[in-house]
Design a binder for this molecule. Structure first.
Ligand SMILES: *[C@@H]1O[C@H](CO)[C@@H](O)[C@H](O)[C@H]1NC(C)=O
Ligand SMILES: *[C@@H]1O[C@H](CO)[C@@H](O)[C@H](O)[C@H]1NC(C)=O
Ligand SMILES: *[C@@H]1O[C@H](CO)[C@@H](O)[C@H](O)[C@H]1NC(C)=O
Ligand SMILES: *[C@@H]1O[C@H](CO)[C@@H](O)[C@H](O)[C@H]1NC(C)=O
Ligand SMILES: *[C@@H]1O[C@H](CO)[C@@H](O)[C@H](O)[C@H]1NC(C)=O
Ligand SMILES: *[C@@H]1O[C@H](CO)[C@@H](O)[C@H](O)[C@H]1NC(C)=O
Ligand SMILES: *[C@@H]1O[C@H](CO)[C@@H](O)[C@H](O)[C@H]1NC(C)=O
Ligand SMILES: *[C@@H]1O[C@H](CO)[C@@H](O)[C@H](O)[C@H]1NC(C)=O
Ligand SMILES: *[C@@H]1O[C@H](CO)[C@@H](O)[C@H](O)[C@H]1NC(C)=O
Ligand SMILES: *[C@@H]1O[C@H](CO)[C@@H](O)[C@H](O)[C@H]1NC(C)=O
Ligand SMILES: *[C@@H]1O[C@H](CO)[C@@H](O)[C@H](O)[C@H]1NC(C)=O
Length: 800
């Protein structure tokens, strides 16, 4: 709906008048009983004053019967049925001799516009000068006896003079405008959309609702004016309200006959007079109470009054986006859903046709560009601008900042060392007099207090809420690390349950004192890890450094870890297939996030069932993901002499050569997947017919075309065989011998959710020994690599 240039308008106007002149001659303003109007004919019904048309028309790619005004030919005033397009080749409007007004087309149920209780043979359908298409019962002398049906009773998204909003008490029918689902300039879909404009007779005001919820109110109509509509937008309007036993209604007329007024509500929630904005209801964000906007009851806690979505163009370099292709969602739904989901910072349309949403989670990175996509981002989106693209422009400034930072850090370290040295000396002298523990606490308090921790804390306050805890508070929370509070042994230290003074339950990990890492490096690492936020990762809440002691505080997971359920005959019944599949997907999403997160690439290196914790809704959360990084400082693909990890989950190249990459995590994921399906540990697996590990067993069943034999018996056959098969298939692809053959996490996610994404068949997995060879105790390195298991046993880290 574009406003054309004025000149063009005048020309068009003239042309239309001219063509109408002939049409009026040819066409009529009414249908008598027996008359039809064919969609294939060009003839239309034309009102007597020549201003309004009724005819078949095409909107988008669909055909409807419509009324419209001559010089505004794409503002439809009425449409036959927004939910039921007509057949463009056979639709016929007819009024028959029983007084039935209907639209029939081949092979489709007819649309009955009016069906009289008793047959009437004196009816006539007329397009009035107001644009109202009415079916009347006539007196033989030609005067109207009654109005049987009228198009103004079925408004779409447009209000013109003498049309009503409100309620008809006799029929119970309400008159309101409902926006199109989509009308954004490039797409039009006339099915009812998100916004409505209604008349509230009790208060006497207009309201705009989004999906039934009031977002804007005009204010009570006083002295022919609405408080929240600008004077300019209503100067030439004369409002009429009616309130009696029959109806409570609102309508308007223009005081200047030469000036047209046409109100309509756009799919985006903008209320317009033609192309002029009267009110933009999508500016009402729940906090905004100016201009008639309504405050919402249910504003999410994470939002504040400045949070407003801004339209930007460019690309988001973030692969972890959440798509919801639901075709009944339009832009305003995406906005509302993103706004109410605290882990959402932006959204864009998913589909090509203006429907469906794509949401961007917390830390999205953005590259500006005019030829990019249309994206809506919350708040000050400049914080998301991808630094890598703007680096060159600021390199000079950056260099300076770097140098200053290095100098400052060096000075800080020197001061710190001197200070700590002094304190250490004092500690020795005090040691005899006081209990060592207390002294340590005091020392740590002073040492950390003056050593830049505060500065570090300030840093953190900008991006996240990582807290620094005092050793004292940690001791209090864990009852001095009492054995009753011990939850288990994690990969890198003991884990305790703690209750903070605020009552919050936390998991407290006391790292084993084997790290050679300095305090600063450690803190930098923590800062990075704290930025990792994903619903499938356990959230780090804070830390405490006290001399040699390094303690991490995590969110507490009440439902323990995955191994607690799947490897236990009775508890495994609690996890049905739906939950298991949800867990598999969650782990995959969490891993993808670790691998692909644009600033850090984290390789977990110790993925296993006991590192998958479950929240109160049994959603999986990967734990221990930062530890591998904190303990060693390797890059993407690297070699390590110290093999950390758990026997049974380690890929051959890692276990044997210490080479690790994201593909070693993929391997562990594959093992985990097979374990979740079968309910059995890879390592403790034993089956008298198949003396193999779980991977080998799965591979044999796959080759014997009996893959479903692998499924955990406690699932009682109640699973989706298609899904299970896909999972087994993916699992086998993950445990392939050669890292390059294994899929990436993003491949895995698309394979898990989409049948057609399966491309390759699995090949023989690593650590697979053919039964006969196994029995003959051959240990050819090519065929049977199980001998390396012994290498890694010594390095095995037991789980928490
Ligand atoms: C109008 O439609 C009817 C029914 O489809 C058809 O029989 C008739 O030929 C059409 N008339 C014209 C003029 O196209
Ligand atoms: C008019 O149409 C209705 C509904 O299709 C039908 O039941 C009725 O018989 C028709 N009347 C005449 C006179 O054709
Ligand atoms: C038609 O008849 C009705 C009822 O008898 C009467 O009220 C009306 O005035 C008549 N109209 C004309 C135009 O004769
Ligand atoms: C409505 O729009 C028309 C066309 O733009 C304009 O001429 C008219 O003044 C407007 N009326 C009001 C009340 O804003
Ligand atoms: C407004 O409309 C009413 C009823 O339609 C009419 O009586 C009144 O004169 C109109 N006012 C103006 C200023 O046109
Ligand atoms: C209406 O407001 C929304 C939200 O502020 C904005 O994105 C949109 O561009 C506005 N629409 C118009 C037509 O100004
Ligand atoms: C609040 O709503 C008014 C009226 O729609 C609008 O003019 C204003 O820009 C909005 N404020 C914010 C912060 O969105
Ligand atoms: C799409 O969303 C609507 C409204 O929330 C819902 O009723 C419908 O079931 C959804 N459709 C699908 C396919 O998810
Ligand atoms: C939009 O496209 C999707 C597929 O991309 C389709 O499922 C949906 O029906 C379409 N919606 C509309 C309103 O055309
Ligand atoms: C919030 O968004 C995330 C993805 O951004 C999605 O996984 C999650 O289900 C959403 N939560 C709700 C309550 O819609
Ligand atoms: C947004 O943030 C950037 C950097 O954090 C700052 O330079 C800019 O002034 C901010 N813009 C607004 C409008 O607050």
């Amino acid at each position: 709906m574009k406003l054309k240039q004025e000149k063009l308008l005048v020309l068009m106007h003239l042309w239309l008048w001219w063509s109408t002149y002939f049409l009026v001659k040819a066409a009529t303003d009414s249908l008598k009983p027996g008359d039809t109007l064919n969609c294939t004919e060009t003839a239309k019904v034309v009102s007597q004053n020549g201003k309004y048309f009724l005819g078949f028309t095409t909107i988008g790619s669909e055909t409807y019967l419509a009324t419209w005004k001559i010089n505004w030919d794409d503002f439809w005033i009425w449409l036959s049925d927004r939910n039921q397009p007509l057949d463009p080749n056979s639709a016929v409007l007819s009024l028959n001799h029983s007084g039935v007004l209907k639209i029939e087309s081949k092979n489709v149920k007819p649309i009955i516009l009016y069906y009289p209780p008793q047959p009437i043979n004196n009816a006539m359908a007329t397009l009035l000068d107001t644009g109202n298409f009415v079916l009347q019962q006539l007196h033989p002398n030609g005067s109207t006896l009654s109005v049987l049906w009228q198009s103004f009773d079925y408004p779409i998204d447009t209000l013109i003079p003498t049309m009503k909003l409100g309620v008809n008490h006799k029929t119970g029918r309400t008159w309101s405008l409902v926006s199109y689902l989509v009308n954004d300039g490039s797409h039009t879909n006339v099915t009812p959309g998100a916004f409505s404009l209604e008349w509230e007779p009790t208060v006497g005001e207009l309201v705009i609702k989004r999906r039934g919820k009031v977002s804007w109110r005009s204010g009570k109509l006083r002295n022919n004016r609405f408080e929240h509509i600008s004077e300019e937008s209503q100067r030439t309007l004369n409002y009429t309200t009616l309130s009696n036993g029959d109806e409570s209604s609102f309508s308007f007329t223009s005081t200047n006959d030469d000036v047209d007024v046409l109100w309509w509500i756009e799919s985006s929630g903008v209320f317009k007079n033609y192309s002029e904005i009267v009110v933009n209801a999508s500016k009402c964000y729940g906090f905004n109470t100016s201009g008639g906007c309504q405050r919402w009851e249910d504003i999410p806690k994470c939002r504040n009054p400045d949070d407003v979505f801004q339209k930007i163009y460019g690309h988001l370099n973030f692969e972890y986006a959440f798509n919801d292709p639901n075709a009944s969602y339009v832009l305003s739904d995406c906005q509302a859903m993103c706004w109410s989901n605290c882990s959402c910072t932006g959204y864009k349309l998913y589909g090509q046709n203006g429907t469906g949403c794509t949401f961007f989670p917390l830390a999205a990175y953005y590259t500006p560009g005019n030829n990019g996509e249309e994206i809506y981002m919350l708040g000050n989106f400049t914080q998301y601008i991808d630094k890598s693209t703007t680096k060159s422009q600021h390199s000079g400034k950056k260099k300076f900042i770097w140098i200053s930072a290095i100098v400052a850090t060096a000075l800080l370290i020197i001061c710190l060392s001197i200070f700590c040295l002094i304190l250490k000396k004092r500690e020795c002298t005090l040691q005899d007099k006081k209990r060592k523990g207390i002294v340590t606490k005091q020392l740590s308090a002073t040492c950390t207090g003056t050593s830049g921790i505060e500065e570090f804390e300030d840093d953190l306050k900008h991006g996240n809420e990582l807290k620094v805890f005092s050793y004292m508070s940690v001791m209090a929370a864990t009852n001095e690390f009492s054995s009753e509070n011990k939850l288990g042994q994690g990969g890198f230290g003991l884990v305790y349950k703690g209750i903070l003074s605020t009552g919050q339950e936390v998991a407290i990990k006391r790292l084993s004192k084997t790290s050679t890492q300095g305090v600063l490096e450690f803190k930098n690492e923590l800062k990075l890890i704290c930025e990792l936020q994903h619903m499938n990762l356990v959230q780090l809440l804070g830390y405490c450094i006290d001399q040699e002691e390094r303690i991490l505080l995590y969110e507490y997971m009440p439902n323990k870890s995955l191994d607690f359920y799947i490897f236990d005959c009775t508890r495994s019944k609690l996890l049905d297939w739906k939950m298991r599949f949800n867990i598999i997907e969650g782990i995959a999403q969490g891993l993808l996030y670790l691998h692909k997160y644009s600033r850090l690439k984290i390789i977990h290196r110790d993925l296993k069932a006991s590192n998958i914790l479950l929240d109160e809704n049994m959603n999986p959360k990967i734990s221990d993901f930062g530890m591998a990084r904190i303990f060693t400082q390797q890059k993407d693909v690297a070699n390590t002499i110290r093999v950390v990890g758990t026997y049974g989950y380690m890929s051959p190249e890692y276990a044997m050569d210490g080479i690790f990459s994201t593909k070693s995590d993929v391997y562990s994921f594959g093992v985990l997947l097979l374990e979740i399906i079968s309910g059995r540990r890879n390592t403790s697996f034993y089956d008298k017919d198949h003396p193999l590990n779980l991977i080998g067993h799965a591979w044999e069943l796959w080759n014997e075309n009996e893959p479903l034999q692998l499924v955990d018996r406690s699932l009682n056959e109640s699973f989706d065989p298609d899904e299970v098969l896909r999972c087994i298939h993916v699992g086998l692809l993950c445990v392939e011998q050669y890292a390059n053959d294994r899929p990436t996490m993003s491949d895995i996610i698309s394979m898990l959710t989409n049948k057609n994404a399966m491309v390759s068949l699995p090949q023989q997995p690593a650590f697979y020994c053919k039964r006969d060879i196994y029995e003959e105790k051959l240990s050819s390195k090519e065929l049977c690599t199980s001998s390396i298991q012994e290498i890694t046993v010594s390095e095995e880290m037991e789980s928490m």
